[in-house]
Structures are given as structure tokens and as C-alpha cells.
Design a binder for this molecule. Structure first.
Ligand code: ADP
Ligand code: ASP
Ligand code: MG
Length: 442
């Protein structure tokens, strides 16, 4: 029998009714042997995710020495879930202990991880499956990176012994033995790690949409669904903000050539999106697969005659960033020009001014210009590599929509074209690109 690892996101597990839906899905296929769960998410749009309540608990407990006010809300949510599920499971002692530990440990990561921990205990109880704590099987090294060598054999051994298990997502143990979380949305990474460790045939990622859509559904109403997508396309799209799947979730399964399937908990009959490793992927015949983007970048534009023949120019520019501890997103270049695209949040508190001063001193450019409040929009698809005129279509669509393109970066893989535009034009830009490539009779 093949093994499927399934991960369920916060909305899928927001209340007792939804958790019942999830356990029905898990039990409907005996191949679904290991389930990775998130903390309860929003039940309605103005609701607060349990993870956000937990961060508020941490805040409250650092300010007041206890978190009783916010923790009461969390307690209520979990007790209601247990009641809705009709479980004979007294959560009060576990919740008391959790509250005490949050107050004692004074760790943001430990506190945030409790949403997944508590929810996994409930899902395991409902299924009658073993609960395996992520802290005992997922480890980080001393640099804070996921420790594959230590974790994979342990996961494989522990899970093989039990046959079926529920594992909380989002966290593991750091090199000092403390709980550490991945970044937000990180349960997707936990699921991918478990799938790789047990060499699953498939990693199912269950969420609240019927698959990966060609662009953000909050910007375009009912965008087309992507049926099949390659790991490379997924990486570009998720890194650029299509947050259906955490951008780092791809790495563990990619190494094991394990396909991912995005499925909708609320419409399990829908086929979803299949994400395939390069080996198993055949081009789907479409020009553009998807569009994604992010706001709030700064572009430092440098111009210097004969830059191309000046040995070490780019290295010097990057070492200025390194000295300031700043990483860059993109670095498009021309014969005499170089642009550094950086997340604006890294340039606060005088960092930008220091970088510009150092660049002027150390690189002596003819011209330096800083563009702030820039959004990046990526148009992604394997089909673009073999097709003449895609960029021309893209740029004429943007110009028709009255969008001023401030920067262009066409990746060397020809898999994507990234444009930099003003933050205010972001939504308009995504719509213009979508209508150009997805709506035949626009
Ligand atoms: P989960 O809680 O299940 O992990 P997320 O909220 O992290 O779910 O991701 C699913 C959400 O991602 C969708 O509800 C949708 O609003 C958003 N989203 C953004 N871009 C896309 C896209 N290209 N395709 C599908 N969903 C998208
Ligand atoms: N609960 C965590 C978050 O809200 C992790 C996750 O849901 O994947 O970010
Ligand atoms: Mg998510």
C-alpha cells in the first residue's frame, strides 16, 4: 500500500465541524497514514487565528507577567472544539499546563507552537491515532536551519513503528533543546519534511481553495485553476507571494521527487492542483502558468560607464550590502547599469543612507537613484521560453493599463519575467497581466 502524507491548514481545522470533515477525509483513504496539522485558523473573516492569539499571549505575558486574559480566549476555542466533536477528552489539565509553560518559558516560538500542539492532540484523539510531538522528530542545527541528517532517520523510525500518526506542524527543536518555529505558514514545510522522511508517494496539502490559481483570488475574481504545475514554476510563484504553499515547502519533497497535490477540504471531490518534479512534468501547452507578486521593495539603481569592464564592480556593490547585513532579491543588470532590489523592511533606521554613502565612496558610480515603494510582479511559465513575443504582449498590456514599469528582470531560466512597478499599481498590474494571458476575449 502506498503512503500519503496529508497536511491540513488552519481554516480546514478552525472548528469542530471542520475537524470532523478533516478526519472523514483522512479515514476515507487508508493510504493517508500520517497527518500534519496547523493551529485552528479563522472561522469567519473578522475572526483571529489561534497562532495570532498566541503571539498576543506572549506579548501580554512579557508585559504583565501572565497571559490569563488572552489565554482565556484560546482555552475557550479548544474547549468548544472538543465539545463540538463530542470527544470524551478532558483538555483542561493540558490547557492549564500550557498556560503555565507559556508564562515560565517566555519564548515567542514556544508560545506560538502551542496552537499546532493542542490541535494535533485533539485530531489524534478524534482519529484514535498516535500523537507524535514534532519536538521529538524535527530538529534545527546551530545555525537555525532544518537538520536533515538528524531528523529524517528519526522521523522514519518513529513513524514506521506506529503505522498511523498525527504530527503538529510549524515547529521542532533547536540545537539548544528549545522549541523553534518555522516562519509563518510553516506547517506546509513540516508536512513536506514528513513526506520526504517516510518516502511518501504523495504529499497532499489540504487548504480552503480547490488548487493553485493562476493569480491571487483576492485580486482577480475566480481566476483559472492550474491543473498541473512544475516544482520550478511553483517555487517562483510561491516565493513571489502566491501563499497557498509556503515558499520553502518545496525543498524536502523536491529532493525525494515526491509530487504535491493541493486539495480543498471544503470540496474534496474537486481534482485540485498536481505539482510535479521536473522528471515527471511535461509542458502543458500554456504560455503563462501563473502570476504572483509582492509589495514594498526598494530599488537602488547604479549607472557607470564601462561598468562591464570594471572587474569586481558587482562584488563591491554586494559587499556593501553584506557589511550592512542586508540580502537582495534581484540584481538585474545592463552594460552600464546595475539595480539592487531589496525588501524595504531591511533598509530602515538609516541603513539605506549608509548603503548609498558607501556605494558612492567605494564604487564611484556616475549616477545613483533610489526608487522606493516598489512592487514586484512575476509572470511565470515554462511556455514563455519557446514563444516569441511574450514580453512584447506583457509590456503592451501594462502600457494599455497605464502602468509605469520601473524595472524589468527576466530570469536567465526564461521561466519568468519580473516587473517592478509602484506599490499603488500592484493590483492593477496583476489584473492587466491576467486578462492579457488568460482571457481570450478581453
Ligand atoms: P492554509 O491555512 O490552508 O495553509 P493559506 O491561507 O496559507 O491556507 O493559503 C490558502 C490561501 O492562499 C487561499 O485562501 C487564497 O486566498 C490564497 N492565495 C493567494 N494566492 C493564491 C493562488 N495563486 N492560488 C490559490 N490561492 C491563493
Ligand atoms: N499556524 C501557523 C501560522 O499561522 C503555521 C501554519 O498555519 O502553517 O502561521
Ligand atoms: Mg498556509
Amino acid at each position: 500500500m502506498s503512503t500519503v502524507v496529508c497536511k491540513f491548514g488552519g481554516t480546514s481545522l478552525a472548528d469542530g465541524n471542520n475537524i470532523k470533515r478533516v478526519t472523514d477525509i483522512i479515514l476515507a483513504d487508508p493510504c493517508r497514514r500520517y497527518a500534519v496539522v496547523s493551529a485552528p485558523g479563522k472561522r469567519f473573516s473578522s475572526d483571529t487565528k489561534v497562532t495570532d492569539l498566541l503571539y498576543a499571549c506572549y506579548q501580554e505575558s512579557t508585559e504583565k507577567g501572565n497571559c490569563s486574559e488572552t489565554f482565556a480566549k484560546i482555552r475557550q476555542r479548544f474547549l468548544t472544539i472538543v465539545k463540538e466533536l463530542g470527544l470524551d477528552f478532558d483538555m483542561n489539565p493540558i490547557l492549564d499546563q500550557t498556560e503555565r509553560e507559556i508564562e515560565e518559558k517566555k519564548s515567542a516560538d514556544f508560545t506560538a507552537s502551542r496552537g499546532e500542539y493542542l490541535n494535533a492532540r485533539i485530531v489524534a484523539a478524534k482519529l484514535g491515532w498516535t500523537f507524535i510531538d514534532a519536538k521529538d522528530i524535527i530538529f534545527f542545527d546551530k545555525n537555525g536551519a532544518f537538520d536533515e541528517q538528524k531528523s529524517y532517520p528519526l522521523i522514519a523510525e518513529r513513524l514506521r513503528k506506529v503505522g498511523n500518526a498525527v504530527i503538529p506542524g510549524f515547529y521542532g527543536t533547536d540545537a539548544n533543546g528549545n522549541i523553534k518555529t518555522f516562519s509563518r505558514g510553516g506547517s506546509d514545510i513540516s508536512g513536506s519534511i514528513i513526506a520526504r522522511a517516510v518516502n511518501a508517494e504523495l504529499y497532499e496539502n489540504w487548504t480552503d481553495v480547490s488548487g493553485f490559481l493562476a493569480c491571487d483570488p483576492r485580486i482577480v475574481d475566480k481566476p483559472e485553476k492550474i491543473e498541473v504545475i512544475s516544482f520550478k514554476e511553483l517555487r517562483e510563484l510561491s516565493y513571489m507571494g502566491a501563499n497557498v504553499l509556503h515558499a520553502d515547502a518545496i525543498f524536502p519533497v523536491r529532493k525525494g521527487d515526491i509530487p504535491i497535490k493541493i486539495k480543498n477540504t471544503f470540496r474534496p471531490e474537486d481534482v485540485g492542483t498536481l505539482i510535479l518534479p521536473s522528471k515527471k512534468y511535461t509542458p502543458q501547452g500554456n504560455l503563462v502558468t501563473g502570476i504572483a507578486g509582492k509589495k514594498d521593495f526598494t530599488v537602488i539603481f547604479l549607472e557607470k560607464s564601462m561598468m562591464n569592464s570594471e572587474i569586481g564592480f558587482a562584488r563591491k556593490a554586494l559587499s556593501v550590502l553584506e557589511e550592512e547585513g542586508v540580502c537582495f532579491e534581484h540584481m538585474p543588470s545592463g552594460i552600464d547599469t546595475l539595480s539592487l532590489v531589496i525588501k524595504s523592511k531591511f533598509l530602515k533606521d538609516g541603513v539605506l543612507d549608509r548603503i548609498i554613502t558607501k556605494i558612492k565612496e567605494q564604487l564611484a558610480p556616475d549616477y545613483v537613484r533610489v526608487l522606493e515603494n516598489i512592487a514586484l510582479v512575476a509572470t511565470v511559465g515554462h511556455g514563455m521560453a519557446n514563444s516569441v513575443g511574450t514580453s512584447a504582449r506583457l509590456f503592451s498590456a501594462l502600457s494599455e493599463a497605464g502602468i509605469n514599469v520601473r524595472m524589468i528582470d527576466q530570469g536567465s531560466s526564461e521561466l519568468n519575467i519580473i516587473v517592478g512597478i509602484d506599490n499603488d499599481d500592484y493590483e492593477k498590474c496583476v489584473r492587466a497581466v491576467y486578462y492579457e494571458f488568460f482571457c481570450a476575449n478581453k
